[in-house]
Ligand binder design. Sequence first.
Ligand SMILES: [Zn+2]
Length: 319
Amino acid sequence: MSKTALAIDLGGTNVRAALVDSQGHILVKKTLPTQAGDGAQQILRRIIEVSQSVLAEAETPLVIGMGSPGCVDSDRGIVLFATDNLPGWRGTDLKGVLEKELSLRAYIDNDVNMMAYGESRIGAGTGVSALVCLTLGTGVGGAVILNGKIYRGQQYYAGELGHISINREGPFCNCGGRGCLEAYIGTAALIKQAEDFRKDKIDSGIFHYAEKNEGKITPEIIFKAAQDKDPSAQAILKEMGHCLGFTLAMVVNVLSPERIVIGGGISRAWDYFYPSLMESLRRQSLFGPERNVEVVMAELGPDAGLAGSGLYALEQAGY
Ligand SMILES: [Zn+2]
């Protein structure tokens, strides 16, 4: 019988649970909508429900691993801070609830840390001792893995790469700061840049795709238009690359990682932002042309967090 973990990945839209084996394979997977607006008690109820539906189809796992948005005290398994995407989530004793309801030992961490852990064990981050991960989505998440261990820093706050500012007079960010990377390349920022083209009456393939989507622009639509050689869409992604490269240069100057792994939905537009990313990274980092830091696309896709949570829990529990 193989050693398995129950892995849980909580997002603002869905909560997913899976049975994960010691190689990081996903054996059974279930999904429920988070319906975050209902509050913490209802979210917890759905986490238990989706977990039980996995357990009903699986041999009993040895442990639970879970990734949650927000700042997580990974020693006590408590959410120290969460944004308004999950109202009332702050202070939730995840470890306590999961262990009581599911009668298994639970290991909890931030969702991006778990994704990075998965990539570091079986994905694009294997075989390096200093690894930085970024996820591009509604927000920009970050994680740092040093010598195979998640680097959490004081009070578990490390790794917030999305809130490195690249312009102190730049746009206000959700965090209250100004000019953060997230304020330039988060989903809302990318959509705003496309909307600005519309205001300037620039015709773009982005708007033709948006028409078929009730007028709504999405990062996916910007990517599609770029593939059609639309210059506006390609310009947005090129600028995104420059912002990423400029920010990563600061990370490289501090940590000098061997590899940087980039995941999340829009990372599929790789070919359109990678050249400008590397151009800015080389220009802005000290010894830039001599450094051989690799910047690569994540390999595990949306299951990275589940695989990482399962592997992390099994390893922490000594299996
Ligand atoms: Zn910020």
